[in-house]
Ligand binder design. Structure first.
Ligand code: HEC
Ligand code: HEC
Length: 423
């Protein structure tokens, strides 16, 4: 995070707001106020909801022991995932090889792998689309309808930031005069009179930050290649420009060709036959692809005496309470996937290549019968009835050449700032 830049932007936005610009959307029941509100003698530090949200996103004071912020588990230097395991030799048994995140007390353990918060702004509001299919929402099971809804949950989550209630979170916010002045400026002078309204305002500000370009730069090698072509570049010129390799090109063709693979059926929103720019690499729907239980994690949890309530991933079915959707997880974006392992809702696979070999296994031709990471058979999913075999069996088998090419292509989906993290 470049603090200098932040300061400069604050000043500029401040000037605009001072001119009566405002313009921010208001959340239900809270008016933006027409004239400049009286916010006391302290100058607000944050003149926009985005800047306020940014500060809240990085603020450990919103957790019980003041040790955990959103950024602890969504680290901007690591594509907004929890990189604590990667960064330091922390206790492996507790982190269970990076599959789960530790809570603010240093021992509580979540039951799902922390997804990237990058590009999450594109998840549509949870609901049924025109075809009656559930789409969007936040979390692996879609139980938070919007980013704002999502952002209000971690502070109160017993395995995350662990605060007892909304009021205690607001009291932490009120400890900081910069926050008090900024909340009053942006949400009205009486915002702190209503705990729930101020708590929702916190959620909205964080969500506004998560909607900034920092979370969606679209500047990966893939994007650069597409931009070159769309800017009128010839194929050969664009191939050369960023050293777009033969493997990457083959991987891209395989990925987008429904005749060859099934990837595009679930992992594209724009086109199933060609590679468009700004592709989000998910259709935002819910699917069960047969992800096996994370046995190693379950064993370690049991050995540590930790409850394993999440051994069975109920997914969307658990949230909407419909058995037809049990075990279905939201199709994740594949942007930055090369640097956001381990993979799947339960972090069962460490390497990207393993995910691809798993897809060939579930394709059903009997190739790749063994999980290369454990040397054992892949293991079982808890909800066989909802696995989408019809789609997973389409396309060709993934031989070693196809797997190599797909892996090379997936690596090109890495934002520029994380390219150095690719192994
Ligand atoms: C202790 C680790 C931890 C902390 C702290 C944390 N998160 Fe998360 N985050 C997770 C996990 C785990 C999930 C997935 C949970 C699930 O699916 O049930 C998640 C999911 C998300 C998602 C959904 C992404 C998607 O595509 O569905 C967003 C957005 C997000 N977190 C933002 C935040 C914000 C904002 C904060 C701070 C207010 C925060 N997180 C604090 C671990 C954490
Ligand atoms: C039927 C829909 C569907 C198809 C087809 C499909 N995927 Fe997926 N993909 C998913 C879902 C759902 C998940 C998340 C599974 C979980 O969390 O257990 C996923 C997860 C992944 C992941 C791990 C992402 C992460 O962050 O954990 C990768 C990589 C991936 N898919 C790549 C591919 C490739 C490559 C293909 C084609 C060979 C493909 N997928 C085909 C639905 C699909």
């Amino acid at each position: 995070m470049n603090k200098k830049n932040i300061m400069i932007t604050v000043v500029t936005v401040g000037l605009l707001a001072g001119c009566g610009g405002g313009g921010g959307s208001s959340i239900s029941g809270i008016s933006d106020g027409g004239s400049t509100p009286d916010i006391g003698t302290k100058d607000p530090k944050f003149y926009s909801k985005e800047k306020l949200g940014e500060s809240l996103f990085f603020d450990q004071n919103l957790s019980l022991n003041r040790k955990t912020s959103c950024a602890t588990c969504h680290d901007p230097d690591h594509a907004f995932i929890d990189a604590r395991f990667t960064k330091s030799a922390v206790d492996q048994t507790v982190f269970i090889h990076g599959a789960f995140s530790v809570g603010d007390d240093g021992s509580a353990l979540g039951g799902r792998n922390t997804p990237t918060a990058a590009y999450a702004l594109f998840n549509p509001t949870f609901g049924k689309n025109s075809k009656g299919v559930y789409v969007g929402g936040q979390f692996h099971d879609g139980r938070a309808t919007t980013l704002q809804d999502q952002a209000t949950r971690p502070p109160l989550d017993g395995a995350e930031m662990m605060m007892p209630d909304e009021q205690s979170v607001i009291e932490r916010i009120e400890e900081n005069p910069d926050y008090v002045a900024s909340f009053k400026l942006l949400y009205g002078t009486d915002i702190f009179d209503d705990i729930d309204a101020s708590y929702q305002a916190m959620g909205e500000a964080i969500a506004k930050f998560e909607k900034t370009d920092e979370f969606a730069p679209f500047d990966s090698k893939y994007d650069r290649f597409k931009q070159c072509r769309e800017g009128g570049g010839r194929t050969s010129e664009c191939l050369q420009k960023d050293n777009w390799t033969v493997d990457e090109d083959l991987g891209m063709s395989l990925f987008f060709s429904e005749a060859n693979t099934n990837c595009a059926t679930c992992h594209t929103i724009n086109s199933k036959s060609e590679a468009p720019s700004k592709e989000l690499f998910t259709n935002f729907e819910y699917e069960n692809i047969g992800t096996p239980r994370n046995i190693a994690a379950m064993d370690t949890r049991a050995a540590l005496g930790l409850q394993d309530a999440n051994a069975t991933f109920k997914g969307l079915g658990g949230f909407v309470n419909e058995s037809a959707h049990l075990g279905k997880g939201k199709v994740p974006t594949l942007r930055n996937v090369a640097v956001t392992g381990p993979y799947m809702n339960n972090g069962v696979f460490k390497n990207l290549k393993t995910v691809l070999e798993f897809y060939d296994h579930i394709h059903g031709q009997g190739n790749h019968p063994i999980n290369p990471e454990t040397g054992l058979a892949w293991g079982h999913n808890d909800h066989n009835a909802t696995i989408n075999h019809a789609v997973l069996r389409t396309g060709l088998e993934l031989d070693d050449r196809a797997i190599e090419a797909l892996e090379a292509f997936l690596k090109t989906l890495t934002d520029k700032r994380y390219e150095h993290l690719i192994k």
